[in-house]
Write a protein that binds this ligand. Structure first.
Ligand code: FES
Ligand SMILES: [Fe+2]
Length: 398
């Protein structure tokens, strides 16, 4: 097999082959060197404000997957960046995003988290908009206005639907360029066939810590043996990590334990579909495919958002890869979700929350160490530092 993989099966076969090579040799993917980072990148308020603008206002963000807006009229709030936005699918099937701000005098137009409607009415004075964001009703119009001008409608925000994913730029004055943003990661996303999935459950996980400090926990398997000793440590290999980069995005796997038994066995017998694969979609999203479900039949998206320099939450959604197959399947997904929730809240987010007050007190010049096997964490911080370079006043990082 040479060249780029064409199918998910090929991706999985290649990954499995690399996993087995590492198993046999007792090795893992490694970064060239240990990396040191300035803890101030987590707690410096001025840096945080520039970073938030760059990463959450000037970078396309995943709002949801296509099946979350299944039909014309389906809408969903997207207010996680602090910019109130809603997305909706029009009669033409196209997804559009608008500032959730009434053109009349700023009322919040959409107030339900999600739903289906072909018109949106502001409750303040009752102006009504269609899915194109155009005003279609002004109460007492003869007394109010002559004629509305082209800017007297909802303010659009850049939005695009691609590969079964819905992206928004939380900045009405910006432009979205998904080709530039995704690069060849687009092929990876396309292969996952998100359009066929079915959303099943959703929850917010919160932690009193910086959002990047929480994101770090997703990007390495080093902590499994210690922090997750009672949950994941007996399931996954902590010291075998395989990672591929696609610009600032990447794909990685830390496989189930005991795969060594497949060394030397024919490839068509390998349990490639059960191998968990995780995607990091820069700057804030984890897509974990089949990580805890017994047969790889579900995946979760974790979208991390800061609410302040020291407060964050993850919006976690679980989807059935090809839809929910049976009540048993649903029960299995619920159990998987509970496992994820338990580990995230009681272990990952608990450790980030309890550590946070100390980190803020570190003196200038302190450095944290990212090991050669913490290659995903290294890449995350390196890519953010790179994005922040050249922004005025940046005195942290590196
Ligand atoms: S502010 Fe919305 S109708 Fe007046
Ligand atoms: Fe963890």
């Amino acid at each position: 097999m040479t060249g780029r993989p064409q199918t998910m099966r090929e991706v999985r076969l290649r990954l499995f082959r690399r996993v087995l090579e590492h198993c046999e040799a007792g090795t893992t993917d490694l970064a060239p060197d240990v990396m040191r980072i300035d803890p101030a990148t987590y707690f410096n308020q001025a840096y945080f404000e520039r970073e938030t603008r760059k990463l959450f206002r000037e970078t396309p963000l995943l709002v949801c997957l296509s099946p979350d807006l299944p039909e014309p009229g389906a809408f969903r709030l997207f207010e996680d960046t602090g910019v109130p936005i809603f997305v909706t699918r029009g009669k033409d099937g196209k997804v559009r995003a608008f500032l959730n701000v009434c053109a009349h005098r700023g009322g919040r137009v959409v107030r339900e988290a999600t739903g289906t409607s072909n018109r949106f009415t502001c409750r303040y004075h009752g102006w009504t908009y269609n899915a194109d964001g155009d005003v279609i009703g002004v109460p007492s119009e003869p007394f109010f206005c002559g004629k509305l001008g082209p800017n007297d409608h909802l303010t659009p925000c850049p939005a695009e639907e691609r590969h079964g994913m819905i992206f928004v730029l939380a900045n009405p004055e910006g432009e979205i360029d998904l080709d530039a943003h995704l690069g060849d990661f687009a092929e990876e996303m396309e292969r996952l066939d998100f359009a066929r999935s079915e959303p099943v459950m959703e929850q917010k996980f919160q932690s009193s810590s910086n959002w990047k400090f929480a994101m770090d926990t997703y990007l390495e398997s080093y902590h499994l043996t210690s922090l997750h000793r009672d949950t994941f440590a007996h399931v996954f290999e902590a010291n075998l990590f395989v990672l591929d980069m696609f610009g600032p995005h990447y794909r990685f796997t830390f496989p189930h334990k005991g795969l060594g038994k497949w060394i030397g066995r024919p490839e068509d017998e390998w349990p490639i579909d059960a191998m968990p694969i995780t995607y990091f979609l820069y700057p804030n999203t984890i897509i974990a495919v089949g990580s805890v479900s017994a047969n790889g039949s579900s995946f979760t998206t974790h979208r991390l958002f800061p609410t302040s320099v020291g407060e964050m939450y993850a919006n976690v959604r679980m989807y059935a890869i090809n839809g929910v197959q049976s009540p048993e399947h649903l029960a299995q997904m619920q159990a998987s979700f509970d496992t994820i929730k338990g580990a995230a809240l009681d272990e990952d987010y608990a450790v980030t929350g309890e550590s946070w007050p100390g980190i803020r007190e570190l003196p200038q010049g302190s450095r944290f160490l990212l090991g050669r096997h913490e290659i995903g964490v290294q890449s995350f911080h390196r890519n953010i530092a790179q994005a922040m370079q050249g922004l005025t006043g940046d005195k942290t990082g590196g």
